[in-house]
Ligand binder design. Structure first.
Ligand code: TRP
Length: 329
């Protein structure tokens, strides 16, 4: 059993790409490991410093994760901002993190370009806070996408540096959690590239049936196959990729065949795809709505999670303070 930490940014709703690209597998992961799932609400302040939607966003993400099957009785589910030991370890790690290495990280350079008027110190030390989230539970595995690999590399560096500086073998150096082959990259509805929030090509898990139909009917296609057995163009391939994960195998085969023999009507394909997405997301949305409107329940979940997470975090802090040399008189 590995200890796994997964942080979730609290800015933005989940789409089909998030689900099939990771979340779906979290359910299995939580049963096979000691999992900590938390909402990185401090991290969100590096890009969204004012509180307009802070609480609603946290609640949205929390309810979505629970709706997708994360089980707070099995895993530890908590909010980053509920754990005072996190800022404490973050402070200590900041003393051994160097401006040069932080300035060189890709995500920092990207953010400088994206928000030149708000290059705050939190952005610079984002990887230190992320490393804190992970090593505070002495985790050995972290499920990360490509965009987070460098941050995980930095986490290993900070863990290793701590061990070397204080001549201990205390923090494990965490590596990426490997889901095997089961992850599917979901493309967007705009003809090319993957589904993403900022691309505006996503179907959200909480979209209503009406919105889903509208989005799918507007998906980019082409002018249709002209030769038997021809390879589909990217926009059509993309629709088939989505169909493969949400529709029955029979449905998928039927439309594939129609494409091959050039009798396909994209309108029919899209109608079917929309209905199958709705069928798939419907139970998730229903569960989400129940959870979202049950403040008492959500409150109990995060309180329970904070208590569990703090047990592990405070143990680490106690040991770290001893290792660094803080002593009582
Ligand atoms: N940086 C991660 C992201 O943008 C979120 C995150 C914060 C995280 N702390 C973490 C992920 C710790 C894994 C572990 O997606």
């Amino acid at each position: 059993m590995d200890t796994v930490v997964s942080g979730i940014r609290s800015t933005g709703k989940l789409h089909l790409g998030n689900y099939f690209g990771a979340l779906k597998n979290f359910v299995k992961m939580q049963n096979e490991n000691h999992c900590y799932f938390f909402i990185a609400d401090y991290h969100s302040l590096t890009t969204h410093p004012t509180p307009e939607n802070l609480h609603e966003n946290v609640k949205q993400v929390l309810a979505e994760y629970l709706a997708c099957g994360i089980d707070p009785e099995v895993a530890t589910v908590f909010l980053q901002s509920d754990i005072p030991e996190i800022p404490e370890l973050y402070l200590l790690l900041n003393m051994n993190s160097y401006i040069g290495e932080l300035e060189r990280t890709t995500s920092f350079k990207d953010k400088v370009r994206l928000q030149p008027d708000n290059v705050n110190a939190g952005l610079l030390t984002y990887p230190v806070l992320m490393a804190t989230d992970i090593i505070i539970h002495k985790a050995s595995k972290v499920p990360v996408g490509k965009d987070q690999e460098q941050n995980l590399e930095m986490t290993r560096k900070f863990a290793r540096r701590f061990n070397n500086m204080y001549k201990v073998d205390y923090f494990p150096e965490p590596t990426a959690y490997n889901f095997g082959e089961t992850l599917v990259k979901i493309p967007g509805l705009d003809g090319s590239g993957k589904m993403g929030k900022s691309e505006g090509n996503a179907v959200y898990l909480t979209d209503s049936p009406g919105v889903i139909r509208k989005k799918v009917m507007k998906a980019v296609t082409d002018s249709g196959p002209t030769k038997m057995n021809q390879d589909p163009s990217e926009p059509i391939k993309n629709l088939f990729t989505i169909m493969q994960v949400v529709s029955e195998a029979q449905t998928f085969d039927y439309f594939k065949e129609q494409y091959k023999n050039c009798s396909i009507r994209y309108g029919d394909l899209k109608k079917q795809l929309a209905e199958d997405i709705i069928k798939f997301t419907d139970p998730l949305r229903t569960r989400f709505e129940e959870l979202y409107s049950d403040n008492d329940y959500l409150g109990r979940i995060v309180n329970m999670g904070a208590e569990k997470a703090r047990q592990s975090a405070s143990q680490t802090l106690k040991e770290v303070r001893e290792i660094i040399g803080f002593k009582k008189f």
